[in-house]
Write a protein that binds this ligand. Structure first.
Ligand SMILES: [Cu+2]
Length: 115
């Protein structure tokens, strides 16, 4: 017979599964930031180890910028070199698989100020 404590414990586990998945905790440039100098790399920091499965960089016109090879190792911190960026607005779209196998994705928007 299931004890009341066992049921409560089970519900707690379901809560962790629902709310505990991986998220992007910070980035450089930060989301919505305007930076004075064009970044040489984009850093993404996640709450758990992830495997990056997609990454792209676009400017405000939708033009895609080539990025280097996608890191294959599961990590929490990624530093992705980017080509020289002119002043303007950019978005970084990422997709990753977290340790719990859930797919997570998001975008980081930043601007490079005119000199
Ligand atoms: Cu999850």
């Amino acid at each position: 017979m299931l004890s009341k404590q066992f049921i409560v414990f089970g519900l707690a586990l379901i809560s962790v599964a629902a709310y505990g998945h991986t998220r992007l905790t910070s980035s450089l440039p930060a989301d919505q930031a305007t930076v004075a100098a064009a970044p040489e790399q984009i850093e993404l920091v996640f709450s758990t180890e992830v495997t990056l499965t997609a990454l792209s960089l676009h400017d405000a016109n939708g033009t895609a910028y080539a990025l280097g090879a996608m890191p294959t190792a599961a990590k929490r911190d990624f530093a992705i070199p980017v080509p020289k960026l002119a002043a303007g607005s950019y978005s970084v779209a990422w997709r990753a698989v977290g340790a719990d196998t859930h797919v997570v994705s998001g975008e980081v928007h930043f601007s490079v100020a005119a000199p």
